[in-house]
Design a protein around this ligand. Structure first.
Ligand code: ATP
Length: 269
């Protein structure tokens, strides 16, 4: 469980970036975080991971506080972070070493290392690239290796900061389906995204705007009640189509199922 309790943050005093934000994410949830540029999404992700520390309030993961160094080390055993640009994450010269690096860092025993290495690369369909140089892979392959390096460490919780923004549609589909699969296996997912279609994969959506949490709830309620244009966002294609067809069914859970299944079919997720 991850808890933000009245969190405030600024980079420069007098210029708040996160203002009095509180929420709890429970185990197994898939949470999308959306908002216009500069809304504070990446800052929130870094506060979750302890890369940034709150100026006021607290961020706790399973009761461990990010401001306490021993707690933070324990948090990092359970919480992983996948960056927008996988190159920011790479530190070795082969795909195999990239995955092994994290495993050795957390002292996984020798016999288990090899099992985890192969399982993680198999999960992202990159097991044929053990000796490849990460920097020479395609954008989608790089992102999948970055995910494998995190998944191998078996965290309970992974934050993905715009993981598909640099990918072509095919690679995007692959990465989204890996994320969904990880969630179905029980991993908690936080997914920061600019693609409003991707919100339909989530159980819950948070809208951040100018450092405030404007909405926190189910995607179908979000699309039915929030004037997303006011926040420089667009409705997903399936929802716009629904409105254009002048469908009269009330926006209920059935509506959620309808657009989710339509989207899933379109994108074969
Ligand atoms: N290292 C930094 N130093 C100073 N200001 C920063 C720093 N990082 C971000 N900011 C500012 O904090 C605010 C929130 O930025 P943040 O990157 O969290 O937003 P975001 O919602 O992730 O934006 P984007 O969608 O563009 O990635 C912005 O005004 C940004 O300019």
């Amino acid at each position: 469980m991850l808890t933000f309790d009245h969190v405030h943050f600024y980079y420069k005093k007098g210029q708040p970036v996160v203002e009095d934000i509180s929420f709890t994410i429970t185990a197994g949830e898939y949470v999308a975080i959306v908002g216009a540029n500069g809304g504070g999404k990446s800052t929130i992700a870094k506060l979750m991971d302890g890369l940034l520390l709150p100026k006021e309030g607290s961020v706790k993961f399973n009761g461990l506080d990010t401001v306490i160094p021993v707690d933070l080390a324990k948090i990092h055993e359970q919480l992983g972070f996948v960056f927008q640009n996988p190159e920011d994450q790479f530190i070795t010269t082969t795909v195999m070493d990239e995955v092994l690096f994290g495993l050795e860092n957390i002292s996984v025993p020798g016999e288990e290392i090899s099992i985890r290495l192969h399982q993680a690369l198999q999960a992202v369909q990159m097991e044929d690239y053990l000796e490849a140089m990460p920097h020479q892979l395609s954008g989608g392959q790089k992102q999948r290796v970055a995910i494998a390096a995190i998944v191998a460490m078996r965290p309970q919780f992974i934050i993905f900061d715009e993981p598909t923004s640099m990918l072509d549609p095919q690679s995007r589909k692959q990465v989204l389906s890996i994320m969904r699969e990880l969630n179905q296996q029980g991993m908690t997912i936080v997914h920061i995204t600019h693609h409003m279609e991707e919100v339909l994969l989530a159980d819950r959506v948070m809208l951040l705007h100018q450092g405030h949490l404007i909405f926190d709830g189910e995607p179908y309620t979000f699309f039915a009640t929030v004037p997303v244009g006011d926040y420089q966002l667009e409705l997903p294609f399936a929802v716009r189509l629904y409105h254009q067809l002048h469908l009269t069914t009330p926006l209920t859970a059935n509506w959620k199922e309808m657009i989710t299944s339509q989207w899933s079919t379109n994108y074969k997720i």
